[in-house]
Design a protein around this ligand. Structure first.
Ligand code: SF4
Ligand code: SF4
Ligand code: SF4
Length: 315
């Protein structure tokens, strides 16, 4: 399916039906059986020319959501985690930051004796069963019915749990912003975590994510997950290629297809960059499942408190 077909699907309403985010963006937890309602993207690695148009589009589309920190940052007691400040590195496009939710990973490879390189757009994988959502103690990370995961910047305390449990360490923290400044500036959290929210407000209006529309090579295709998986298999068969994301972390809503095995791509990834390793289903781990069950009611209460606090403050 190319981007045009994908867009037709939007117009026909099949994606609109899958996307139940309203204009008020009330989140709801994905049903266990709701995988078929998930939206996924297929990323054809062969097509990416590394132009960075998608990165620029993401920055422009999300600029209003970027943090505006207050300085100096509060001193933490005890000094558990150092404040993180990216506000002087807003122009950095070479890694994930609170001000850059998508970057182009360049991998230098030797393919059949020839030096070569591949460029890959990297951002949140939007896991089908996201540990960042299930294990957020403040109820600030949520998953919509269409599979998108999002961190609510007005509820996040920036404790970094989501990053710690993310297999790819995607969310990034900015200190000096968020609820912790009002509630417990020296005792809990340390800012707000930021990551790709798959342009959920654009999707709610029937538009594509900004990075998809901006790409001159039509590298990404978006559609219902089951269709995207079928396309990924057809493409992998056609090019004798490989798939990443179908099974990683129990399945993600970002599916990469590559002409080169992902083990080879992973070896070429620079230290500190998101990897391309095989990832087992982290939420099937008994300890994590138990933690999620214990956290859920507290997270719900914390989120309710956060919302109440926010509305009381604004009124
Ligand atoms: S990739 Fe990481 S941040 Fe994104 S949904 Fe999965 S666990 Fe959460
Ligand atoms: S889906 Fe939206 S937020 Fe995510 S990388 Fe693309 S443009 Fe950025
Ligand atoms: S806009 Fe498309 S071709 Fe350019 S870097 Fe992004 S994904 Fe690759």
């Amino acid at each position: 399916m190319n981007k045009n077909i994908s867009r037709r699907a939007f117009l026909k309403g099949s994606i609109a039906a899958a996307c139940t985010i309203s204009a008020s963006a009330v989140p709801c937890t994905a049903q266990k059986t709701g995988r078929e309602k998930h939206l996924a993207t297929l990323i054809d690695i062969r097509k990416c020319i590394g132009c960075g148009e998608c990165v620029e589009a993401c920055r422009e589309a999300n600029a209003e959501k970027y943090p505006v920190p207050k300085k100096p940052f509060p001193k933490m007691y005890p000094e558990r985690s150092k404040p993180e400040d990216w506000s002087d590195k807003k122009e950095d496009r070479d890694q994930l930051t609170p001000y850059n939710w998508l970057f182009i990973q360049t991998l230098y490879l030797n393919i059949n004796g020839e030096e070569s390189s591949l460029t890959i757009p990297r951002r949140c994988m939007h896991c089908v069963n996201p540990p960042c959502v299930k294990l957020c103690p403040w109820g600030a990370a949520k998953q919509f019915e269409n599979g998108i995961s999002q961190i609510d910047d007005s509820l996040c305390f920036g404790g970094s749990k989501c990053k710690n449990v993310c297999p790819w360490k995607i969310p990034q923290r900015q200190s000096g912003v968020g609820l912790y400044l009002d509630v417990m500036p020296s005792l809990a959290g340390n800012g707000v975590m930021y990551k790709c929210d798959r342009c959920y407000t654009r999707l709610a209006k029937g538009e594509n994510p900004a990075c998809i529309d901006a790409c001159p090579e039509e590298v990404q295709t978006i559609g219902p997950r089951d269709e995207i998986i079928k396309q990924a298999h057809a493409l992998a068969k056609e090019i004798n290629g490989y798939i990443y994301g179908e099974k990683e972390n129990g399945g993600t809503n970002t599916i990469y297809v590559s002409p080169v095995p992902f083990e080879e791509l992973n070896k070429a990834a620079a230290k500190g960059e998101p990897h391309l390793k095989t990832v087992h289903d982290t939420m099937s781990d008994a300890n994590k499942l138990a933690s999620a069950m214990i956290i859920a009611p507290f997270a719900g209460a914390a989120a309710a408190f956060g919302k109440y606090y926010k509305s009381a403050k604004n009124s």
